[in-house]
Design a protein around this ligand. Structure first.
Ligand code: HEC
Ligand code: HEC
Ligand code: HEC
Ligand code: HEC
Ligand code: HEC
Ligand code: HEC
Ligand code: HEC
Ligand code: HEC
Length: 419
């Protein structure tokens, strides 16, 4: 009996050792050749924690390809491969909004009218919206179109092949996507007191214990991978606000987003927007996110201060909605009065923001879209990110200017029609 047990254990140990050797050997083959084929990529990997822990090329890419002619057999690893060793981060990620990047992109009508290179090819919208664990059917569709890369969300903040935690902790890791036209969070943060303090701390002008929140500190607190805020990008919510005027103004915006029809009845697009979690659907949902945020601010500010600052953001959304609704109604009336023709691809003779600049070719629709997508966004995002210049000059001031422009063009159009 004793001999059997000893035999069993020695065999087991031999087996484990053999597995270890083959694993390491497989890796050596890849690395040996790739030192020549892609030398700096191998160096990059060698500086990673993965290299220290024998997570070799084959672990992620499989070992079917081992020669120059078989590179098409190398597997491009999706998030499920990472999940085999990082289940916790994977599970957190799938509960957050980043996991819906691909879904919300595909929910928009415009996406399917633009060049594929900018979508599936990742050179435009798809460059920032590729995140999200994809179904087998979605992956098959992408492969058939010839798009075999960008299959992994995890290398967006800790890029391959260093896969570094430190990189992901730096606000610059968010910068590629959270910048520019409709969501300049990087620019706002960088020049806010929060961001300036962070940068001064980095170069040693402020002591290393100085308080300076990063994007991650506020949005991925305590190392979580679940990101979600109260208002979100569109800054509309359900149920509608109790304030009657505000509810009316948000209804005008919901119509222009096409989730309500011009009569105010829900459309099929509402379900799509709900599925992509683009709006918080209950008061509790909204409050839960707000409370989490205040808890974060409270690590440095008083609760009263933080609550008050965020309420200013809510009030600014209310005030931008007043201007926005006025502009939307002016354009909607032009359709109603037969002064503007319904663009062929619009469902209704009503402004449709989710077609972006693809309108009926009319300038007034473009001014209106920019007012919503660029200036309204900047106003409230600037307030939430403590950036006075974005909130005022690039935001509110630009909105009031756009409203004037909409009024003027509408007047001219009506005048022309009369002649
Ligand atoms: C004898 C040399 C050689 C060996 C061994 C080798 N590769 Fe390659 N590998 C190549 C060449 C050549 C390419 C194509 C490079 C190009 O397109 O410029 C390539 C491409 C790749 C690609 C990219 C495929 C694509 O579609 O872009 C991956 C991933 C890869 N190898 C991983 C591995 C792994 C993992 C191993 C070990 C199991 C391995 N390689 C072993 C030579 C080799
Ligand atoms: C921890 C997992 C992991 C390991 C280990 C790993 N890779 Fe990758 N590799 C990835 C991911 C993720 C991608 C991007 C996949 C995509 O875009 O769909 C990738 C992409 C690639 C590509 C194609 C894209 C490009 O930038 O050219 C090559 C080539 C490649 N890896 C080679 C290697 C080699 C060689 C090694 C070993 C030195 C290695 N990989 C180790 C995860 C890994
Ligand atoms: C076979 C297991 C395995 C796989 C598969 C794997 N990792 Fe890792 N990873 C590790 C180990 C081991 C470490 C070392 C730290 C630890 O123990 O968590 C690590 C560390 C990391 C770190 C932290 C690095 C640091 O600087 O502290 C990141 C980020 C990471 N992996 C991302 C990924 C991503 C993204 C993928 C998929 C493309 C992946 N890993 C696939 C095993 C794995
Ligand atoms: C530079 C990167 C980038 C590009 C390019 C980009 N987006 Fe986005 N998009 C983002 C980010 C970041 C957010 C989240 C912004 C926020 O919440 O303030 C977002 C938000 C969205 C949302 C709202 C999601 C939600 O849940 O509320 C939709 C829909 C969307 N984008 C569609 C598009 C379409 C369509 C295009 C191309 C015409 C596009 N995006 C181009 C980065 C980008
Ligand atoms: C939006 C950016 C972002 C994305 C996308 C992302 N991560 Fe991370 N990741 C981070 C940040 C930030 C940290 C550092 C957390 C901390 O401070 O403890 C981190 C840390 C990690 C670590 C190290 C954990 C530790 O405590 O050592 C692993 C492992 C990891 N991520 C895996 C993943 C995997 C797997 C995915 C894809 C499912 C992923 N990450 C996607 C931002 C990201
Ligand atoms: C001091 C905390 C803090 C920092 C630092 C911070 N944010 Fe925010 N962020 C907020 C608050 C507060 C909101 C609004 C939350 C709400 O809707 O109630 C917000 C909202 C957002 C939104 C949703 C749309 C919007 O702008 O309102 C995105 C996306 C975002 N932040 C990204 C970032 C990025 C990227 C960085 C770094 C470049 C960053 N944030 C830095 C607190 C912060
Ligand atoms: C590859 C591009 C990319 C990177 C890098 C990126 N994000 Fe995002 N982020 C997005 C997109 C796209 C969305 C909108 C997702 C959707 O459609 O629901 C988004 C949404 C968000 C939101 C809004 C959540 C909500 O409730 O509306 C926050 C907050 C956020 N990101 C924070 C971060 C932080 C912090 C980092 C850096 C650690 C980061 N992101 C890095 C693309 C990115
Ligand atoms: C890690 C600490 C930290 C966190 C977390 C933090 N802040 Fe700050 N905040 C500071 C510091 C330090 C200043 C600079 C104070 C000054 O200007 O004297 C500052 C400045 C500000 C300012 C600019 C005030 C001014 O006088 O210019 C506002 C507004 C603000 N914070 C709001 C918030 C809100 C809202 C949150 C939560 C969403 C938050 N902060 C989270 C540390 C923090």
């Amino acid at each position: 009996m004793k001999r059997i047990i000893i035999f069993f254990f020695t065999s087991l140990i031999t087996l484990i050792l053999m597995a270890g050797i083959t694993l390491a050997e497989e890796g050596k083959v890849c690395i040996g050749c790739h030192r020549v084929v892609t030398p700096l990529m191998v160096k990059d990997w060698q500086s990673s924690e993965h290299s220290d822990n024998e997570v070799t090329c084959d672990v992620c890419h499989g070992s079917e390809h081992k020669s120059k002619k078989t590179s098409h057999l190398a597997r491009m690893p999706d998030e499920n491969i990472c999940a085999e060793c990082h289940e916790e981060q994977f599970n957190q990620f799938t509960k957050g909004k980043h996991n819906l990047g691909w879904t919300s992109l595909n929910a928009l009508p415009i996406t399917h009218m633009e060049p594929d290179e900018l979508m599936e090819g990742g050179k435009g919208c798809g460059g920032c919206h590729n995140m999200g664990v994809k179904s087998e059917a979605q992956k098959k569709e992408l492969r058939e179109k010839g798009y075999t890369y960008r299959t992994n969300s995890c290398d967006e903040c800790h890029t391959r092949h260093t896969f570094s935690k430190k990189e992901a902790q730096d606000p610059k890791a968010c910068r590629t996507c959270h910048m520019g036209f409709d969501h300049p969070q990087w620019e706002m943060y960088e020049s806010s007191k929060h961001g300036v303090r962070y940068q001064l701390k980095e170069i040693g002008r402020l002591p290393k214990d100085a308080a300076a929140p990063t994007c991650q500190f506020c949005h991925l607190p305590n190392g979580t991978h679940t990101n979600k805020v109260a208002w979100g990008f569109l800054a509309v919510r359900l149920p509608l606000p109790k304030d009657k005027q505000w509810a009316k103004d948000q209804t005008a915006i919901l119509k222009a987003l096409g989730v309500l029809d011009p009569e105010g009845k829900p459309t099929a697009r509402l379900d799509v927007v709900k599925a992509a979690d683009m709006v918080r659907l209950t008061e509790e949902d909204w409050q839960a996110e707000r409370k989490k945020m205040i808890k974060t601010c409270k690590k440095c500010h008083s609760e009263k201060y933080a609550t008050g600052e965020l309420e200013k953001g809510d009030q600014m959304i209310r005030k931008t909605d007043r201007l926005m609704a006025e502009a939307i109604n002016i354009v909607a009336d032009l359709y109603k009065d037969g002064i503007l023709k319904k663009p062929t691809h619009y469902t209704y003779a009503y402004p449709d923001f989710l077609h972006f600049y693809q309108t009926g070719g009319s300038y007034i629709e473009q001014v209106l879209f920019k007012m919503y997508m660029k200036h309204r966004m900047r106003t409230y995002q600037g307030v939430f990110h403590a950036n006075p210049d974005y909130a005022y000059w690039y935001g509110w001031a630009a909105m009031t200017k756009s409203l004037d422009e909409v009024k003027k063009i509408a007047k001219d159009l009506r005048f022309k029609k009369r002649r």
